[in-house]
Design a protein around this ligand. Structure first.
Ligand SMILES: C[S@@+](CC[C@H](N)C(=O)[O-])C[C@H]1O[C@@H](n2cnc3c(N)ncnc32)[C@H](O)[C@@H]1O
Ligand code: SF4
Length: 336
């Protein structure tokens, strides 16, 4: 590991401790941002969150929903629970919309992640997308269930300038069958085949979701994977029924990321599966206009007052460490 990388990873660990209370998010942060200017931008946005100022100064990552379609029906995935009227968005992002997003991404955007509520490997132009992101000077990464990572797709994907291939796995064969309806051995074989042919600059990471009662199983599986891949990410299962609080200021809308749905609509929250926080549409506005829009301001303002959309009150991912509202509030208004 080079000295600058070591230094940046240390910064990520410190940042993770300060923001999340543990160093566990450090690798997630490093995957998205590696330039000192990005850390400064994120720090300025998070200071606004701490001070409950309804303003962000820019974004460092875009999460683009390449596909809303999926070949699996994992039992804990919210995709299957989205009401019919919200399922109307395109199954795949179209090439023009995708290019509009990447070509117009603000200069501060370092990373474009192809993720979202579906399976990106279903997109026939996935490899072109990765090439295009890299061509525009941004770091491409994807999140996949790994089922289609074989044959021609595997060979083509391995040749792209992909920075990180994140593959979702379950901790053991039984959980994999139960939650995902697939064989863990198949995914393990696909990952190993990809590892054998990938570029040295592509990292492979596995992502596991811990459920109540299986934390030890997940920790053991993570240990085993660590010797094979370049990273292991563990997240807690997320739900929308925890019925949290009535007065809170979640950090996510200040998180310096924007989420792009397959239809080009944009939200500041990756968990916004019901589209409650849409602040713009790339077909109608530039990113700069969206970041400084009345819609974004209004959402931040509502959060600042501790009055977010009602659905957010039941989100288990909510970040509650807001500071007392006695601290000064900014009078910044959006551009009209
Ligand atoms: C929504 S999937 C989309 C990408 C791809 N289809 C996959 O499975 O990796 C992205 C990640 O979210 C995780 N996920 C799905 N439902 C979740 C939930 N209820 N709580 C926490 N993570 C979840 C998946 O395990 C996966 O790692
Ligand atoms: S593969 Fe991914 S998107 Fe598809 S159902 Fe499973 S977690 Fe959801």
């Amino acid at each position: 590991m080079s000295i600058p990388e070591r230094l940046m990873r240390t910064v990520c660990r410190v940042g993770s401790r300060v923001v999340y209370g543990s160093a566990e998010e450090a690798d997630w942060i490093y995957e998205k941002i590696q330039h000192p200017s990005s850390y400064l931008l994120v720090a300025r946005n998070l200071l606004n969150w701490k001070l409950r100022r309804p303003q962000v100064h820019g974004v460092v990552a875009l999460m683009v929903e390449a596909a809303f379609d999926c070949n699996l029906k994992c039992s804990y995935c919210h995709r299957t629970k989205i009401p019919a009227h919200l399922q109307e968005r395109p199954r795949l992002i179209d090439w023009e919309t995708f290019c509009m997003v990447v070509d117009q991404a603000p200069a501060s955007v370092e990373t474009v992640q192809l993720c979202g509520m579906g399976e990106p490997t279903l997109h026939p132009r996935l490899c072109d997308m990765i090439e295009h992101i890299a061509l525009r000077g941004r770091r491409p990464s994807i999140f996949t269930n790994g089922t289609l990572l074989r044959g021609e797709l595997l060979e083509r994907l391995a040749k792209t300038p992909l920075a990180v291939l994140n593959v979702s796995v379950e901790p053991d064969a039984q959980t994999c069958r139960e939650f995902r309806g697939i064989e863990l051995d198949t995914i393990r074989r696909n990952i190993r085949q990809f590892l054998a042919v990938k570029r040295p600059t592509t990292d492979v990471k596995v992502r596991m979701v811990a459920h109540p009662g299986n934390a030890e199983l997940v920790a053991r599986a993570a240990e085993e994977w660590r010797s094979e891949v370049q990273g292991v990410k563990i997240g807690n299962v997320f739900n929308m029924k925890e019925g949290h609080h009535t007065n809170f200021t979640c950090m996510e809308p200040w998180g310096s990321n924007l989420f792009v749905f397959t239809d080009g609509k944009i939200s500041p929250c990756a968990m916004d599966m019901f589209k409650d926080l849409v602040i713009g549409d790339i077909h109608e506005q530039s990113f700069d206009e969206i970041i400084h829009s009345r819609a974004y301001f209004d959402i931040l303002e509502k959060f600042s007052r501790g009055e977010p959309p009602s659905l957010c009150a039941s989100c288990s991912e909510v970040r509650l460490e807001g500071v007392p509202s006695l601290l000064p509030r900014s009078s910044n208004r959006p551009k009209q």
